[in-house]
Ligand binder design. Structure first.
Ligand code: HEC
Length: 321
């Protein structure tokens, strides 16, 4: 059902396209005022949303009585099940199966991923280390917690019970990057004077698809914005790939690219010293291929070689135009 911009998700799974991370985000545009061109970076990430009367998981949901395995089962039920499935089967390849997860991934990794998140998976920093241990116990041997869950605690405020007739609904993020065909992200150059599109180009190659020899797919979930020069270039980095590219503003052709020591998020900065132009990027995130563990430094995380990298543009560039 689509009744326009403010159509709410339904009580059953509803497709939202582009999803709540789709379209364009702050910092993802740049304009050239001399010829009225605007460059917009956008992503096509559908989401599957579903309104539920159940609030997002909170520690209130976890029973205070019961065995460690039963508490672990409650953690799984409230925190993991909506993505990893009732039978821990997941939805590979986007969402891995958690069958035998402590053996498959290692208990330490499971705990780190749950605490800090991993790409599209949110972290759950509220879970205590005891509850994480209980979760591992349950995941290692689900048969150790047979039967229904022990009763939980108080529901979180605002879930529409006592004293109010208002019903509050909730939904998760539901992002499903790869259920549509690529490109998953692109750059569009708009001619604002004509109201037309000058060109569109995919924003790089998703490493996930490059493994299957697909090119020009656009990275999934870019977190990068473009910067443009008066000399006709458009620079943009891609987080997942850890690349920086220069496009021709007129044609959308990639005319230069470089592998950064780490992935870059955000918008590059341009500056000038003694008539020479420079571009600097912060390269501080893990590349997709390095099993990123963004955020806090999990002990098991791959080291990320964090740096600022500056490139000098060719000396004669400013004089050319
Ligand atoms: C909102 C959806 C969502 C929820 C909720 C969620 N996960 Fe995930 N999980 C994912 C996605 C997506 C991935 C794949 C991440 C990637 O791209 O590698 C993942 C990956 C994992 C992995 C694999 C880590 C690795 O090293 O490859 C483990 C283990 C895991 N999740 C455990 C859990 C546990 C335990 C919970 C509950 C405490 C949980 N997840 C809750 C979406 C979710």
């Amino acid at each position: 059902m689509n009744e326009g911009l403010f159509t709410p998700p339904e009580l059953t799974d509803s497709i939202e396209m582009p999803g709540n991370r789709g379209g364009s985000n702050w910092g993802m545009t740049a304009s050239n005022p001399t010829n009225g061109t605007m460059f917009v970076v956008s992503m096509d990430i559908p989401a599957i949303l579903k309104d539920e009367r159940r609030a997002p998981p909170s520690l209130w949901n976890i029973p205070t009585s019961g065995t460690p395995a039963q508490k672990g089962k409650a953690v799984y039920h409230f925190y993991c099940e909506r993505c990893h499935g009732t039978e821990r089967e997941g939805a590979p390849p986007a969402i891995p199966s958690l069958v035998n997860a402590p053996t498959v991934f290692g208990s330490g990794t499971v705990k780190d991923v749950v605490k800090y998140g991993l790409k599209d998976m949110p972290g759950f920093p509220d879970l205590t280390s005891t509850l994480l241990d209980d979760l591992i116990t349950y995941l290692g041997n689900p048969q150790s917690a047979p039967g229904p869950l022990p009763p939980g605690g108080e529901p979180p405020a605002g879930s529409g019970s006592a004293g109010s007739n208002a019903v509050r609904y909730w939904t998760g993020y539901g992002l499903q990057p790869s259920i549509i065909s690529p490109p998953w992200s692109r750059i569009t150059a708009y001619d604002l004077n004509q109201g037309t599109i000058k060109w569109q180009a995919p924003l790089g190659d998703a490493p996930q698809a490059a493994r299957e020899h697909l090119k020009g797919t656009g990275v999934m979930l870019p977190r990068d914005g473009p910067v443009i020069t008066a000399t006709g270039l458009l620079f943009i980095a891609t987080k997942d790939e850890g690349k920086l590219r220069a496009y021709d503003q007129e044609t959308g052709k990639v005319i230069w690219s470089v592998d950064l020591p780490a992935a870059s998020e955000g918008v590059p900065a341009m500056y000038e010293v003694d008539g020479r132009e420079y571009i600097v990027v912060c390269a501080t995130s893990a590349k997709q291929t390095e099993i990123p563990r963004d955020g806090p430094e999990a002990p098991s995380a791959e080291p990320v070689h964090r740096s600022y990298v500056a490139y000098a543009l060719p000396e004669n560039l400013l004089g050319q135009k």
